[in-house]
Structure formats: structure tokens, C-alpha cells
Design a protein around this ligand. Sequence first.
Ligand SMILES: NC(=O)c1ccc[n+]([C@@H]2O[C@H](COP(=O)([O-])OP(=O)(O)OC[C@H]3O[C@@H](n4cnc5c(N)ncnc54)[C@H](OP(=O)(O)O)[C@@H]3O)[C@@H](O)[C@H]2O)c1
Length: 216
Amino acid sequence: MHVFIAGGSGQTGSLAIENLIEQGHTVTALVRNPSIVSSKAGLDLIQGTPVNRADIEKCFARRLPNAVIVTLTPAKGVFEDGSSFIAHVTQNIVQVMQQFGTSKIVYLCAFGVGKSYSNLNFLLRGAVCATPLGTKFAGHEEAEKLIKKATGIRSVIVKPAMLKNGEPKQVEYLGEAGEKASFMPSITRASVAKFMVEALTSEEWDGKSPVIANVQ
Ligand SMILES: NC(=O)c1ccc[n+]([C@@H]2O[C@H](COP(=O)([O-])OP(=O)(O)OC[C@H]3O[C@@H](n4cnc5c(N)ncnc54)[C@H](OP(=O)(O)O)[C@@H]3O)[C@@H](O)[C@H]2O)c1
């Protein structure tokens, strides 16, 4: 499978690339600064940003991906049409997927976004209301809606609990709304990357928004 990734220079994104290459897939990564990403056989690094639709089109035209992974952070900034950074780039990615006929996307979101908000503990709900986390979650929610309503797109919106660094560990599905979550669940980025690649290459999670954590 050939995979396009946006966010491949980030911590989870670089682990997703490693995981994909280890499994014999090939990857095109659109990154702002290719020099910070280690090059490897099977990885095509393209300089640019998903803020510009033409940069995504360039990647797709160079080699058509079978599927897409998004591991971007909801950066600051609002566009002229009022959309957030993450909604704007997600719209760009979805439109290019439709234009080229690539149908599968796995998107890194967060536990607490959308209907999973009510299952966060009271401390995290407070942080969403009173800190910039709220703006990030609103951006992710906008992106989730855009992806889900897009015609011809099969999606998995992955909603991990608090991210940590460390080895991949056993992953627990906490429900579509995180209803099985403990008080403060967490998950390693390596576990998330592995889950995202598995979700990309199977149909098991298509159309779902799984909240996930490591088995505590
Ligand atoms: N932290 C948590 O506990 C937690 C929990 C659940 C979910 N999440 C979600 O996980 C994601 C963060 O994962 P991570 O820690 O792996 O992220 P990260 O290491 O911060 O990587 C973020 C990626 O986004 C790119 N990016 C940031 N601003 C950009 C911009 N203005 N234009 C283009 N690209 C930009 C970065 O590219 P550059 O390298 O070019 O900057 C990088 O590739 C977020 O979506 C977050 O909401 C976080």
C-alpha cells in the first residue's frame, strides 16, 4: 500500500511512518522541513504544507496513495473563511482525496472531542473549558465533521487518551464515546501509531471514532 501522511515530522507521525515502512508499505510525507525527518528507503519526503492544497496535489500526482494518515496538531490560526488551521487543512486533504479517488483516511483526534467530551474526568473537562485545549478540541471536532460528511471517504477518527512516550503496549477500546474510560487513561504514541496503521490496512474500524488507551 502507498500512504500519504500529513504530520509525518511529528512524534506520532514519525512512528506511523516507521511502522508503515517496517510492514513493507511506502510513504509520501508532506513536511514543512524535510531536514528534521530521517530519510529511509520507501519514504518520499516532499517539502510543503497541507495549508496549501497545491502542495497536497503535488504529492498525489507524484505517486497516488491508496490511503491517508493525518497526525497534525491543531495549530493556532484562523483562515479568511473563519475555519481553524486543522479544519482548513483537513478540508484540503479530503478535497484532494476526492479529486484523485483515494478513499481511506485515518485521522489522529483526541479523547474528549465531540461526543467523548462527557466521559472525560472533571479536571480535563475544566481544562477544555478554561484553556487553549478547548480551541484545539473545537478544531478537531470541525475536522471530524468534515471528514464524516465527505462523499466517498471511509474514515477512522482515532481518539487516544493522554499521550505518553514509550514502547507500544496493549491497546484497549474504550467505546465510541470513551464510556469505559478510567479516571486518567493514557497511551503511548507508539501504541497510537501502531493502531492507526492497523486501522488503515483493515476495515475493522471504518466509519468509527474509537477512543483508545493502553490497558492500565
Ligand atoms: N498531548 C496529548 O496528551 C494528546 C492526547 C490525545 C490526542 N492528542 C492529539 O495528538 C496530536 C499531537 O500528536 P503529536 O504529539 O505526535 O504531535 P507533534 O509531535 O506536536 O506533531 C505535530 C505535527 O503537526 C505539524 N504542524 C504543526 N503546526 C503546523 C502548521 N502550522 N503547519 C503545518 N504543519 C504543522 C508538525 O509539523 P512541524 O514538524 O513542521 O512543526 C508536526 O508534524 C494532536 O492532534 C493532539 O490533539 C494529544
